[in-house]
Write a protein that binds this ligand. Structure first.
Ligand code: PLP
Length: 382
């Protein structure tokens, strides 16, 4: 019988957290750069920590167990994982992306990606016809975020998987916003699942990391070769922090999501809020697709204020919620996408997407929901 996800968060698919002779319950941090050889041409399985390290291996196995992946490679940040992912392609290859991606991914594609000869189209992937309209003979991949950052648009992963299969494209899904606790894109046909582990997986706003989980060993071997060659891997102590954070992923996600629904419903009633973007509200255009492909809507909410002044006042007046970039941790954070996460996205693209000066993004944390709402309420007062 396969294990429940709560159990996999703690033990992965292993029987005991550690095979070490002292039976440490918490997996040890192998804080070593290198490993001694037991003889010429012989190895313990670990030679040099850039290539592999036991703590990292344990973490990668845990993420694979959560995502239903064949293999996972851990990186120093989410962006290191995104960069490594695009190293899979050749000059002249064409990639179709969701148009409201995390701004760092858009920047990477428009600068380094373009320097490396990648052609990219940013389209509204909530509409499969728009994806099909951009297909070229040299198209090699679909790169999707769902829910997207920061507009919370929902893309139908099943429809994308069908196009990817027909056209022999790689389907790459950034699963950062829902985490493997709520969504498993590989089960829906994705080839690669990407995470900024800095967010829900770490869960405590204290560690950066990134992951590429692959559906096939062939793909994972290529990613591992890129990681070993370019070197942006995750250090042993950070791997251990990630393992510790993931143990509580299930309870954090459940409570944060519960809080988010209450906050979203409250925001909808406030006269200074003109729109709430949260895939857990039945009026959200992607509600049904999200409900079909995920086990919840997570705890990310974007909302629009009645004026730029209101938006700025909220950012400056929140006391419990921190005005900061990032998301997914125990502390609630509020972000100004137009000046922070999406500042490098070209202005015309931002405006088309609705990333304007009245849009705020809220990562609902684990504080008591009444305190989160009270903080927003006082910040919205004149
Ligand atoms: C959806 C998404 N993907 C990727 C990243 C990049 O991750 P990192 O900041 O860990 O490099 C982020 C960062 O905010 C993100 O929100």
């Amino acid at each position: 019988m396969s294990r429940s996800i709560e159990t996999r968060c703690i033990h992965g698919n292993s029987d005991f957290s550690c095979q070490d002779t002292n039976k440490a319950v918490s997996f040890p941090i192998y804080q070593t750069a290198t490993f001694g050889h037991i003889g010429v041409g012989q190895s313990t399985g670990f030679d040099y920590s850039r290539v592999q390290n036991p703590t990292r291996q344990r973490l990668e196995e845990t993420i694979s167990a959560l995502e239903g992946a064949r293999d996972t490679v851990a990186f120093a940040t989410g962006m290191a994982a995104v960069s490594a992912c695009f190293e899979l392609f050749q000059p002249g290859d064409h990639i179709i992306c969701s148009e409201d991606l995390y701004g760092g991914a858009t920047r990477l594609l428009q600068t380094i990606g373009s320097k490396n000869g990648l052609a990219v189209d940013f389209v509204d992937t909530t509409d499969a016809a728009q994806i099909r309209a951009k297909l070229r003979p040299c198209t090699r991949a679909l790169y999707i975020e769902t829910p997207s950052n920061p507009m919370m648009n929902i893309t139908d992963l099943h429809a994308c998987a069908q196009i990817a299969r027909e056209q022999e494209l790689l389907l790459i899904v950034d699963n950062t916003f829902l985490s493997p606790y709520l969504q498993n894109p590989i089960e829906l046909g994705a080839d690669i699942v990407l995470h900024s582990g800095t967010k829900f997986l770490s869960g405590h706003n204290d560690t950066l990391s990134g992951f590429l989980s692959c559906a096939s060993q062939e793909l994972a071997d290529r990613v591992r070769m890129i990681a070993k060659t370019t070197g942006g891997i995750l250090a042993p102590f950070d791997c251990w922090l990630m393992l510790r954070g993931i143990k509580t992923l299930s309870v954090r996600m459940e409570r944060q999501q519960e809080n988010a629904l209450r906050v979203a419903r409250w925001l909808k009633t406030h006269p200074k809020i003109t729109r709430v973007y949260y895939a857990g509200l039945p009026e959200h255009p992607g509600y049904e697709i999200n409900a079909r492909q995920a086990r919840g809507a997570g705890s990310m909410i974007s909302f629009r204020t009645d004026s730029v002044e209101t938006a700025r006042r909220v950012l400056e007046k929140v006391r419990l919620i921190t005005f900061a970039e990032s998301l997914g941790g125990t502390e609630s954070l509020i972000t100004y996408p137009v000046l922070q996460t999406h500042n490098d996205v070209p202005q015309d693209m931002r405006e088309r997407l609705g990333i304007t000066e009245t849009l705020l993004r809220l990562s609902v944390g684990l504080e008591h929901v009444d305190d989160i709402i009270a903080d927003l309420k006082q910040a919205l007062e004149e």
